[in-house]
Design a protein around this ligand. Structure first.
Ligand SMILES: [Zn+2]
Ligand SMILES: [Zn+2]
Length: 241
């Protein structure tokens, strides 16, 4: 989630460490000249400029909440530069939501010059460029969402629960990027940090980065409390695999 929140509340105690300033969660993954983005939230334009993303070959969307899709509009510049539409892989319910919220991107009444994405529901494992991608079904409270296993990396955000069948898909994962809202109290639709650490141990994944923390979760003190193989992620962090 964005930290500090709108209005700048609680900002004073956060500004001392720039790693507490958090844009909405998103990841950019590159291999062999192929460029993939996971989730495009409301700050996607600014994030893409900071990271220097000049090419996007595919987009993966975890679920339809606005902090994960609001930046779809800003993909249009990539359509213009690449002279092509961009494939977007997500859940059936997110496809319906995107079509309804961004209705002006689709159909006969499409607004000229707006973003062009090809929407694909992802069920079975697929190959997208150099990436073997498997959707990992998860629960975000009542909402069915997906994370992604991409080669031996897993990205799972806004997760409260992972069904047993999904856990079995994560056996050979080497690095996981996993959401965790705060240390306490428990939240109905998000894992807490202790829950996330337990899940990482249960899955036996050797390296983990936590994302989607709230403004009460301070970077330095939290990292001191965490085990060595689990750390909070920060904006524009680069991980080499
Ligand atoms: Zn969400
Ligand atoms: Zn979210």
């Amino acid at each position: 989630m964005g930290v500090p929140v709108a209005g700048g509340f609680y900002k004073r105690e956060l500004v001392a460490d720039s790693r507490n300033m958090r844009s909405r969660c998103s990841a950019w993954i590159q291999q062999d000249g192929f460029s993939l983005v996971i989730d495009v939230g409301p700050e996607f334009r600014l994030q893409s400029i900071s990271a220097g993303i000049t090419q996007i070959d595919a987009v993966l969307i975890t679920h339809e909440h606005m902090d994960h899709v609001a930046g779809i509009d800003d993909l249009r510049m990539y359509n213009y530069i690449q002279k092509d539409s961009i494939p977007l892989y997500t859940t059936p319910s997110a496809i319906e939501s995107i079509k309804s919220r961004f209705h002006y991107l689709f159909g006969a009444g499409r607004y000229p010059g707006s973003t062009r994405v090809q929407l694909h529901a992802i069920h079975d494992p697929i190959q997208v460029g150099p990436f073997a991608i498997t959707a990992i079904p998860a629960k975000h409270g009542e909402l069915d969402i997906i994370g992604f296993k991409i080669n031996d990396l897993c990205y799972l955000t806004d997760v409260k629960e992972i069904p047993e069948e999904s856990k079995s898909l994560l056996k050979d994962v080497q690095v996981i990027i996993l959401s965790a809202l705060r240390w306490e109290p428990e939240h109905p639709t998000h894992l807490s940090i202790p829950d996330a650490v337990d899940l990482i141990s249960e899955l036996g994944i050797p390296e983990a980065y936590l994302i989607h923390m709230n403004g009460q979760t301070k970077h330095g003190p939290s990292n001191k409390r965490l085990p060595d193989h689990v750390k909070l992620a920060y904006d524009q962090q680069t991980i080499y695999l």
